[in-house]
Design a binder for this molecule. Structure first.
Ligand SMILES: [Zn+2]
Length: 375
């Protein structure tokens, strides 16, 4: 699956939506960023810092798991260990399999495939992730009907083009709670539904075959053994179920909020598929579309930059997903300057809190009936 570059995989998809013709902006951006990368003295993929980070995050998970399953003897100890474990799993997801899925963890395809499998061990199929995230989300960011990240069905209205229901007026309050169900749904429902139906949202994906199908089930079995079967050998069914739900509620909120803050905020564009597609193209060319549908946050906060695997530099991530996130803080000024020179939107929220507030206000705006919302 990951042996082919994404551009070949895109052709296999039934997404007949093309972008504007390549512009000087994209050419200049690539030239400048790769000039920097070629001369910075650090590898584009697999810098040493990534292996150090991998070791720290895996040790964090091992300690939290040990504390939760083997040491905790009171409810508050269990709750604290569960929160630490959820934060470790989210951190691993942001840094290791997310990068590996994009081919930016290592220069070696087999290492990337192995590290992408970390998603499976934590309960989410790396096969489905590849299609949902690397292809549909990165390919057509904030294009309703293609980008599955902005599709939560009728539960919430995340794009102006989506249908409005009366209860959306309260979505800025209740959606945070629903975020807590995201990873649970991935693990138990979405992955199975995606491979059985052969589609994600309305878009077709190839069903996994051969080794990919074997790996899908090996991943699910490994995850169930580590996170359900082993704990059941030491604790009651009720305790394991409660801690499983609590851990996933925290994990779901962390994961959803981090991705939503980059795309469903006031400053991000939403671009409907052109009515005359495939002949009619999206006006913007792909790179400008990526910059204008994505927003950075808290760029100067070293903890977030470390923990989120550069996902606070989402504009750089969307433009250069195959470059290790360790480079994002250094290439960000080049990207910003080039965007400004070409009149391409580039927006950064100064802090994590500012991005959360913008997400809240955006949800409130989308929750208003369309005739009440400003055009
Ligand atoms: Zn990504």
């Amino acid at each position: 699956m990951h042996r082919l570059p994404d551009r070949y995989l895109w052709r296999m998809l039934s997404v007949p939506i093309k972008f504007g013709v390549r512009s000087d902006f994209r050419k200049e951006l690539h030239k400048k960023v790769y000039e920097y990368l070629d001369n910075c003295g650090k590898p584009i993929r697999a810098p040493l810092a990534m292996y150090r980070k991998t070791a720290i995050l895996l040790a964090w998970l091992a300690l939290a798991y040990t504390a939760l399953v083997f040491i905790s003897s009171s409810w508050w100890q269990a709750l604290l260990s569960s929160a630490l474990m959820a934060a470790a799993i989210a951190g691993i997801g942001f840094n290791i399999p997310h990068d590996a899925g994009h081919g930016s963890y290592s220069g070696n395809a087999a290492v990337n495939r192995g590290m992408a499998f970390v998603f499976d061990i934590m309960g989410a199929s790396s096969y489905c992730w590849h299609w949902k995230h690397n292809v549909l989300h990165h390919g057509w960011t904030n294009v309703p009907g293609v980008d599955d990240d902005i599709n939560v069905g009728p539960l919430a209205r995340l794009a102006p083009q989506q249908k409005h229901y009366g209860f959306h007026r309260l979505q800025q309050y209740y959606l945070w709670g629903l975020y807590g169900l995201t990873t649970l749904k991935w693990q138990l429902v979405d992955d199975f539904k995606d491979i059985i139906l052969g589609r994600i949202g309305p878009r077709q994906i190839p069903r996994p075959k051969g080794m990919e199908l074997v790996l899908f089930f090996v991943g699910k079995a490994t995850w169930a053994t580590i996170f359900l079967v082993i704990p059941l050998m030491f604790h009651s069914f009720g305790t394991v179920l409660t801690m499983y739900l609590v851990t996933n509620a925290i994990l779901g909120v962390i994961t959803s909020v981090v991705f939503q803050m980059a795309h469903t905020v006031e400053e991000a564009d939403f671009v409907p598929p052109p009515p005359g597609a495939p002949e009619e193209r999206i006006q913007n060319e792909w790179a400008a579309h990526q910059a204008e549908t994505t927003v950075n946050f808290a760029p100067r906060n070293r903890f977030w930059t470390w923990y989120l695997g550069g996902l606070n530099y989402q504009i750089e991530h969307h433009l250069f997903p195959s470059v290790s996130h360790q480079h994002y803080p250094d290439i960000a000024p080049i990207v910003e300057q080039t965007c400004r020179a070409h009149n391409v939107g580039y927006y950064t929220h100064p802090s994590f809190r500012a991005a959360i507030a913008s997400h809240f206000r955006y949800l409130r705006e989308m929750g208003k009936p369309p005739e009440m919302a400003p055009a």
